[in-house]
Design a protein around this ligand. Structure first.
Ligand code: ADP
Length: 642
């Protein structure tokens, strides 16, 4: 087939344009990116070779080769890994913009590239970054295990299009040739290449070899030196996790993290340790600095990579970590699991359970330590992963209290900032207070202004604001250090004597009975409130009821939610009830009081974040009242004609 011309996808073109004109001072990252692609291609080939007999381990071993040709002005980086078919190359290198590209371009929208060329370093801009140092890139590839020996050639000068043609290739794998720009020729220099490799790619477990020219004694003529070309390995290839912690520079940890996680920014925390005893294994785990977008998707791949004696067995081993720690990335290398360990074995293996418990404890200990000694970092953690960690309260009965102790809350005491721990809360409890009070909702602003808090505010009881969808599920019925969680939206509240019913002098008993008959279809009960100070009334659930947030969520998900009538609580100190009582006792003004009772219920519905039962009727009542009010207003304010 003759060469065919393809256009780059729009996003790719935008990215290429930025690369060509980049002022970024660390353009060598493009070499790192190509080596990293080569290493991924080797991982894939090695892994597939375990099950696919058509993929044979190359005689020279899995390898990455770097070759600089100063005369031709080219830098070649090749691997004998999985390779690409024609279709794969067209997709991967031009017509599909991978997620990193989109994120990168989105981040750029907010910044001026000229002023912040460093942004490139914060993103894995991948293959296309090669155009920072090359004005033309040629790539040859042949898919491993393909029946014929035809490969493909891909070439572009980043001018909006690329060419692809079939071409024979002797061995499987990929060869990338960078035609280095005139002012970037230093990247053809042996020492420069060594420097880049040792800085960014030293941990790559495959040998990275380079052809070097050295003067050696001639074998033919004594005393004469001749130039010899030989192959030299330029990375140490030592598994970073097996090295001594003291010898590892922070930068090496970070580079390795970026390599395995495909994240572009530094991790928040490195956890590197060796466990000895019943089970011997080494962990190099990372807490990322930000949550990936798909962490709440079912397809999210959980767990660190599992190695057995330096050989990767699987890239995500979910048996090693509980789902509520699924943000953890990294690798676990076991010294005593069998090499041919399968998923089935892992699922029922005692040793694996021991490892999982050990890792879980280590991560929670690390977080506790961070909470106590590194508040800023811990707040970042909490913002990014608090919602995930919280799931553990529901699922991990043994550690639920430890996990709850690691959460940060907003509350009436902290304002908008989530910074209160449960220990802070407990320490600030009032004398005689047995419960931890909380409220659930979507907006901190709405919650802070809610009538449910009136008495709590007046008496200075702290109330936690819970904004996550799962909060009610997690916290209703939960106890922390013997203190029960109690929703301010549910049950009878009597702050003077927690647990006791509010006692009133019975002043409103008749009026309440009247309201009950009027509203009997819509409320479970009408009673005097222990939580209101300024507002006339509110609706509350019973202790076991769904909370309003949960109810809305289930409805939104299309679930049948049983109609649960709420309790209407009235504030005996609000003047409206004195007036209503008077009307009731004096004139028995039944139609008007009926109207008022319904209006009060509608207000309570509004205050709880719901709609009035019949919005049209509500609006009619309200405008009638406004007309009435206007009639009694002073003449100067009267809107009607004099
Ligand atoms: P990323 O590596 O982050 O996916 P790149 O732009 O660097 O993004 O590469 C795009 C894709 O091209 C890779 O995902 C891979 O499918 C393919 N690719 C790149 N280099 C190689 C290679 N050396 N061998 C096989 N496939 C490769």
């Amino acid at each position: 087939m003759p060469p065919e011309k393809y256009s780059f996808k729009t996003e790719v073109n935008q990215l290429l344009d930025l690369m060509i004109h980049s002022l970024y001072s660390h353009k060598e990252v493009s070499i790192r990116e190509i080596i990293s692609n080569a290493s991924d291609a080797l991982d894939k080939a090695r892994y597939e070779s375990l099950t696919n007999p058509d993929i044979v381990v190359p005689k020279e071993g899995w390898k990455i080769r770097v070759h600089a040709d100063k005369d031709a002005g080219t830098l070649m980086i090749s691997d004998n890994g999985i390779g690409m078919t024609r279709e794969e190359a067209i997709e991967a290198l031009g017509t599909i913009a991978h997620s990193g590209t989109k994120e990168f371009l989105a981040a750029l929208k907010n910044k001026n590239m000229e002023n912040s060329p460093d942004l490139i370093g914060q993103f894995g801009v991948g293959f296309y970054s090669s155009f920072m140092i090359a004005d033309r890139v040629t790539l040859f590839s042949r898919k491993a295990a393909a029946k014929d020996v035809t490969g493909i050639k891909w070439e572009s000068t980043a001018d909006g299009s690329f060419l692809v043609e079939d071409t024979p290739k002797d061995t499987p794998g990929t060869e990338v040739i960078l035609h280095i720009k005139d002012d970037e020729k230093r990247y053809l220099d042996e020492w420069q290449i060594r420097d880049v490799v040792s800085k960014y790619s030293d941990y790559i477990e495959y040998p990275i070899v380079m052809d070097v020219v050295r003067e050696e004694d001639s074998a033919l003529e004594k005393g004469k030196k001749v130039k010899m070309q030989k192959e030299e390995q330029i990375n140490s290839g030592k598994a970073i996790w097996l090295r001594d912690r003291a010898d590892i520079h922070e930068n090496e940890y970070n580079e390795f993290y970026k390599h395995i996680s495909h994240d572009f920014s530094d991790p928040l925390k490195v956890i590197h340790y060796r466990s000895e005893g019943t089970s011997e294994f080494t962990c190099l785990l990372y807490i990322p600095g930000h949550a990936p977008l798909d962490i709440f998707y079912k397809e999210f791949r959980i767990g660190p990579a599992l190695y057995v004696k330096k050989v990767q067995i699987m890239d995500h081993c979910e048996e090693l970590i509980p789902p509520y720690l699924r943000f953890i990335k990294g690798i676990v290398d076991s010294s005593d699991l069998p090499l041919n360990v399968s998923r089935e074995i892992l699922q029922n293996n005692r040793q694996v359970t021991v490892m999982k418990n050990n890792i879980t404890k280590k991560v929670l200990d690390t977080l506790t330590e961070m909470k106590n000694n590194d508040g800023d970092r811990f707040r970042t953690f909490s913002r990014e992963f608090g919602r995930v960690l919280k799931e553990g309260i529901h699922y991990d009965h043994v550690r639920k209290e430890t996990i709850a102790g690691l959460l940060l809350f907003s509350s009436t005491a902290s304002g908008d900032v989530a910074m209160r721990t449960l220990d802070d809360y407990v320490a600030g409890m009032k004398q005689g207070q047995n419960d931890i009070f909380y409220m659930t909702g979507t907006s901190l602003g709405d919650m802070a202004a809610s009538p449910y808090l009136e008495v709590f505010r007046e008496k200075e009881y702290e109330v936690l604001f819970l904004t996550d969808d799962i909060d009610d599920l997690i916290f209703s019925g939960f106890e922390y250090k013997g203190k029960k969680f109690q929703s301010v939206q549910k049950g009878d509240i009597n702050l003077e004597r927690t647990g006791e019913k509010i006692k009133t002098d019975g002043r409103f008993d008749n009026l309440i009975d009247f309201m009950k008959t009027i509203l009997k279809e819509d409320v479970k009960e009408v009673r005097v409130s222990g939580r209101l100070k300024d507002s006339p009334c509110c609706l509350v659930g019973d202790v076991g009821d769904l909370d309003p947030r949960m109810e809305k969520m289930l409805k939104a998900m299309g679930q049948e939610v049983p109609v649960q009538n709420k309790v209407l609580e009235i504030n005996p100190d609000h003047p409206i009830f004195a007036s209503m009582k008077e009307l009731f006792e004096r004139d028995g003004m039944v139609p008007l009081l009926e109207e008022y009772s319904r209006l009060l219920l509608d207000q309570a519905l509004l205050l709880s974040g719901s709609r009035p039962k019949d919005p049209a009727r509500f609006s009619r009542y309200l405008s009638d009242l406004m007309v009435e009010g206007a009639r009694h207003a002073s003449p100067a304010e009267r809107p009607d004609k004099a």
